[in-house]
Design a protein. Structure first.
Length: 624
């Protein structure tokens, strides 16, 4: 019998295109028509149709016809059986060639719950003229209107919130990012215009950061009772090699002098040997006389530049000078050296918002406590404040300044006399001060009385020296643990305002451990978020003013994201709507007052016009 074709209803929904389960199928044809039957015989008795059992063993080919896959199966008797299985349908996009009568609206690109609307609402609520933002021109040359500073501020806020800081990348994002198309209303500023905005509006960015803190305060997001102060090093736009110290400049000048001497010696040797035609052998490479002259000129130029830098260094009184970024410095912490800046922040304890910040180039935090606490106090608008910081901020002068300004400071005090304790000797902590008698008492009970005159310490503080009597120390049984080998008496220096330190130590003994735990949770959070999550570890600009402007932008974006996460988009937009209405009310009041003044002025003029004006004849130049 020839090949018989039949339809086999598939019981399996398997998507496999290589194998099918082995089972018996029936392929039948009718005697009258010869057409295949679609159903196998039912029951134990077979019908009059001729039928035979076939076994599906392999798939011949796979075809796609409309909505189904057709598997053509052949058996040993050359019976071809196409079987159908359901085909999975996927979503298909719009054709790129499909024309549209009405193009989509920009408003349709961004949902109502998109956070980009928060950026738009915030910037629109700002008075950029009052915040000292300046125009940066346009990309079209002379005669073209400049870009609105509000649009460029929106672009930077969006970029820094999404870890995009480069001006060229921001330009690319403005071309392809749908959210930025909506935010900028289709504007695409050039990268030079974008970079100039950040460079020329450092003061405006700093003012905007302060304004946001005031906005957070109006939203009741600041506690105003406790702040944590901390500092971190950020890389500047300068390499370590570009920053010179006095020691390094002197070493560089010495190396240049040695090279000059070697080249001069090579020239002298060649002159004596009268080898003018031969190549002069200089250190490293064979050089001709002309090459040696060029090398010597370059070396002398390098030496002159190093001497100039050394003179500038001595004149400035600073220990470092940078040729790339004039304000960047080499900062060392935990064995690592960073060429950059020291960023100081004060973090409020309620929602970990940055309320005050500053950028310095000092390698330690010793003198920064009072300045940061005072700035935080002013930003929070409170009369008293508690400030916590790590041990690097311990300084008697700053603690005294904080105490005088209603700032309660908690800073871990240093372990005084640690070296003496390691030698099993008495440190200053083992001596007790008697306030009434103004004496120190040693562990043996003897007194140390104040000496005449005061001594200026290395830190600049005036200290009073207290000393024991030689006759007492000579026979003291604890002399070996108190004095050095050849010492005759024990002396102790006490700062004139040592009572400030003692009160601070008493506070730390009472609540210092709890305060230090709170400090870790507060101060480390912003820096960890900015450095690890956002990747902000370096600045893209140079100089104190520009660096402070970029840092203000970083801090603003950190606070912005936290506030938006805390209160939500709806409350945020409602608050900004109320805030935007205040300038309008002020403008209406000003216009009303101006109208009243003009009305009074016109009424006075009308009244004066009715009265006769009498002018003396001499006033008009007529004879009497």
């Amino acid at each position: 019998m020839g090949a018989t074709t039949g339809w086999c209803p598939s019981r399996s929904r398997s998507r496999s295109s290589t194998t099918l389960p082995t089972r018996a199928w029936y392929c039948s044809t009718t005697a009258a028509t010869g057409r295949p039957s679609r159903s196998p015989p039912s029951g134990p008795h077979r019908s009059s149709r001729s039928s035979r059992a076939i076994e599906v063993r392999s798939i011949g080919r796979v075809e796609r016809r409309g909505w189904a896959r057709i598997f053509v199966v052949r058996d040993a008797g050359e019976c071809t059986i196409p079987s159908m299985t359901t085909h999975r349908t996927y979503k298909s996009g719009q054709s790129r060639d499909q024309a549209s009568f009405l193009p989509p609206c920009l408003e349709d690109y961004v949902g109502q719950d998109n956070s980009v609307r928060a950026i738009d609402a915030y910037v629109d609520s700002l008075d950029l003229n009052e915040l000292d933002f300046r125009d940066v021109g346009s990309d079209g040359g002379a005669g073209q209107p400049p870009y609105d500073p509000a649009d460029l501020l929106k672009l930077y806020l969006y970029g820094y919130l999404h870890q995009v800081r480069s001006s060229r990348r921001l330009e690319r994002e403005a071309r392809r990012n749908v959210e930025l198309m909506w935010l900028l209303r289709g504007l695409v500023p050039g990268y030079r215009t974008i970079a100039n905005f950040r460079k020329d509006n450092a003061a405006g960015l700093t003012a905007a950061n302060r304004d946001f803190v005031l906005l957070a305060r109006s939203l009741d997001l600041l506690g105003g009772a406790l702040v944590a102060i901390d500092g971190a090093f950020f890389h500047g736009d300068a390499s370590k090699a570009s920053i010179r110290t006095e020691k390094r400049l002197q070493q560089q000048m010495a190396a240049v002098d040695r090279s000059i001497a070697e080249y001069n010696a090579a020239v002298a040797t060649n002159d004596k040997a009268e080898e003018a035609a031969a190549a002069v052998v200089a250190p490293g490479k064979p050089l001709s006389g002309e090459d040696i002259a060029q090398k010597l000129a370059a070396l002398r130029q390098r030496r002159a530049a190093a001497a100039t830098d050394l003179a500038k260094l001595a004149e400035s009184g600073d220990g470092q000078i940078s040729r790339t970024d004039p304000d960047a410095r080499l900062l060392a912490k935990h064995g690592q050296i960073v060429a950059g800046y020291n960023v100081q922040i004060a973090v409020d304890d309620k929602h970990k918002l940055i309320v005050a910040s500053e950028v310095v180039n000092e390698g330690n935090d010793t003198g920064q406590l009072y300045a940061m606490a005072q700035a935080a106090k002013a930003a929070l608008g409170v009369a008293a404040l508690t400030a916590v910081a790590d041990a690097g901020y311990d300084n008697g002068e700053t603690l005294k300044a904080c105490e005088g300004d209603a700032i309660t400071a908690y800073v871990p005090p240093p372990d005084r006399g640690q070296r003496l304790k390691a030698q099993d000797r008495f440190s200053i902590a083992d001596f007790r001060y008697d306030t009434g008698a103004d004496v120190y008492r040693c562990p043996a009970g003897s007194e140390l009385r104040p000496m005449h005159g005061q001594k200026r310490q290395a830190s600049g503080k005036m200290a009073i020296r207290y000393a024991s009597r030689r006759s007492v120390c000579r026979v003291c049984p604890l002399r070996a643990r108190c004095l050095a080998g050849k010492g005759e008496r024990r002396e102790i220096e006490r700062w004139a305002d040592e009572d400030v330190i003692e009160r601070h130590r008493a506070r730390m003994r009472a609540a210092g451990e709890d305060m230090m735990r709170r400090r870790k949770a507060l101060a480390e959070h912003p820096f960890g978020t900015l450095k690890c999550r956002a990747g902000y570890r370096h600045f893209l600009v140079r100089g104190f003013d520009k660096v402070r402007g970029e840092w203000s932008l970083m801090a603003l974006c950190y606070n912005f994201s936290r506030v938006l996460r805390i209160i939500g988009l709806d409350r945020w937009r409602a608050q900004l709507a109320r805030r935007a209405g205040k300038p309008l009310r002020r403008l209406a009041v000003a216009l009303l007052r101006a109208y009243c003044r003009v009305s009074r002025y016109t009424a006075a003029l009308r009244q004066a016009s009715r009265a006769p004006i009498r002018v003396p004849p001499l006033a008009l130049g007529f004879p009497q």
